[in-house]
Ligand binder design. Structure first.
Ligand code: SF4
Length: 171
């Protein structure tokens, strides 16, 4: 027992080192997104996230936008609890048959003008879950989408670049 304790105390942690992320780039992207949203909408961007059946990998990257490292709320990027307060729906995963109606109702509950962003490879066409009996396919087959952000999963930098492109190019 003592040997095991000693070994555990002396060995290096088993967790991997965090990926090298360019803090300045992330902060600049977030500021650009905030500036663009304020120009287009007159205020910061409100986002409602919808997990339509993902493995949660995409959610981990989306949640990272709010963690202490990225902390993007300081730039005005806000996640809201209700679609009625949202400008953007971020939808992840293949749409499962169980989530199909919930996604349609969430879309209808979001006021116009609204944008829908499908996040991750599964959101495009069902991805690795596409052949499952429980899967109704990609997001665009259920509700109209404005942008697809590819990746499995896309990291926070790619998510920010996608949102900037969306707000800049939409009228
Ligand atoms: S794209 Fe990858 S991380 Fe995202 S839901 Fe699909 S399998 Fe999971």
């Amino acid at each position: 027992m003592r040997k095991l304790l000693l070994k555990n105390l002396l060995q290096a942690p088993l967790t991997e080192a965090p990926p090298a992320e360019n803090e300045t780039l992330v902060a600049e992207l977030a500021r650009t997104l905030d500036r663009t949203a304020r120009r287009r909408l007159g205020r910061s961007l409100a986002i409602r996230e919808v997990d339509a059946g993902s493995c949660n990998g995409c959610e981990l990257e989306i949640h990272a936008l709010n963690n202490v490292f990225y902390d993007l709320e300081r730039f005005g990027l806000r996640f809201v609890a209700s679609p009625r307060h949202a400008d953007v729906l971020l939808v992840t995963g293949p749409v499962t048959r169980n989530m199909r109606e919930a996604l349609e109702r969430t879309y209808r509950a979001t006021p116009d003008p609204k944008w829908v962003v499908a996040v991750g490879d599964c959101a495009r066409d069902g991805g690795i879950f596409g052949d499952s009996y429980a899967c109704a396919g990609g997001v665009s087959g259920i509700i109209p989408i404005d942008l697809h952000i590819p990746g499995c999963p896309p990291n926070p930098t790619i998510l920010l670049e996608g949102l900037i492109a969306l707000v800049e190019t939409s009228s």
